[in-house]
Design a protein around this ligand. Structure first.
Ligand code: ADP
Ligand code: MG
Length: 260
């Protein structure tokens, strides 16, 4: 296997991307970012630095003010999975119907959508919960439903915006592991937004450290393959070394901004 991906193997390419909101808030940029197909990348930065804005631009949910965004999956009309910080489930209907929603919106027939919904639920460990209602589920399980809903259209790219920030630590660790297992199995490109150094280091092949608003790439760190990423990794000297290093870089990123 070649260690260098060919030029055309990128999944996401941002060049000089700037976002100025109505009212003049310059939320982002200029941001340059290249993400390879199949890569697991975290965007790490302080609250308000433009991480959610960057994800929305990548997803095509908003347009940049300046700069170019290339996402070949979008151009070929493949879906992009998006997981928000809140599970954002419809409370009046079942887990099955919640997960089926994107297929329904895409006018996929029931006969075709049923096995895909079952598949997505099995992938997140919720095979037995199709008939449950969101209120009957714990926060972690609701987030699993949200993840299943993002997976049900078989997207090439999965964008996650601080999905586990509201969960207790044990649940978060479990979902971290399950997300990594899914990534290995399904080979998707994952862009994971977090403000947690520890979570970014645990999950990612590459951590992109952003400056405070307007968010730009301050620096990045490759977290060289420590496999498997498991509890032994979480308590290893290598892990704490990476965390210290990324943490320092994050502090520099906000200091650089304060001086600017
Ligand atoms: P993060 O996700 O890193 O916390 P956001 O992308 O949500 O950051 O926001 C970046 C900045 O842009 C913040 O100052 C926020 O208040 C502002 N912002 C976000 N969305 C909007 C919007 N729709 N209109 C105006 N300002 C916004
Ligand atoms: Mg955000």
């Amino acid at each position: 296997m070649s260690s260098v991906a060919p030029q055309d193997e990128f999944a996401i390419r941002l060049h000089g991307v700037t976002k100025v909101y109505e009212g003049g808030t310059r939320a982002l940029g200029p941001l340059d970012l290249d993400i390879r197909k199949g890569e697991f990348v975290s965007l790490l930065g302080a609250s308000g630095c433009g991480k959610s804005t960057a994800l929305r631009l990548i997803a095509g949910l908003a347009a940049p003010s300046f700069g170019s965004i290339e996402v070949p999956a979008r151009a070929s009309r493949q879906s992009i999975g998006f997981v928000f910080q809140e599970p954002t489930l419809m409370p009046w209907t079942t887990v099955r119907e919640n997960v089926r929603l994107p297929l329904k919106l895409a006018h996929v027939a029931d006969a075709e959508s049923a096995p895909r919904v079952a598949d997505a639920l099995a992938q997140v460990g919720l095979a037995g919960f199709a008939e449950a209602y969101p209120r009957e589920l714990s926060g972690g399980m609701q987030m699993r439903v949200s993840l299943a809903r993002a997976l049900v259209t078989s997207p090439d790219i999965l964008l996650l915006d601080e999905p586990f920030a509201a969960l207790d630590e044990i649940t978060r660790f479990k979902l971290n592991n399950d997300l990594l297992a899914l990534w290995r199995k399904l080979g998707k490109t994952i862009v994971f937004v977090t403000h947690s150094v520890y979570e970014a280091v645990y999950l990612s092949q590459r951590v992109v450290i952003m400056t405070s608003r307007p968010g730009r790439v301050h620096t990045e760190r490759r977290i060289d393959a420590h496999e498997p990423r498991d509890d032994a990794f979480r308590t290893s000297v290598a892990y704490s070394g990476h965390c210290r290093d990324v943490s320092q870089a994050l502090m520099q990123a906000s200091e650089a901004e304060a001086l600017a």
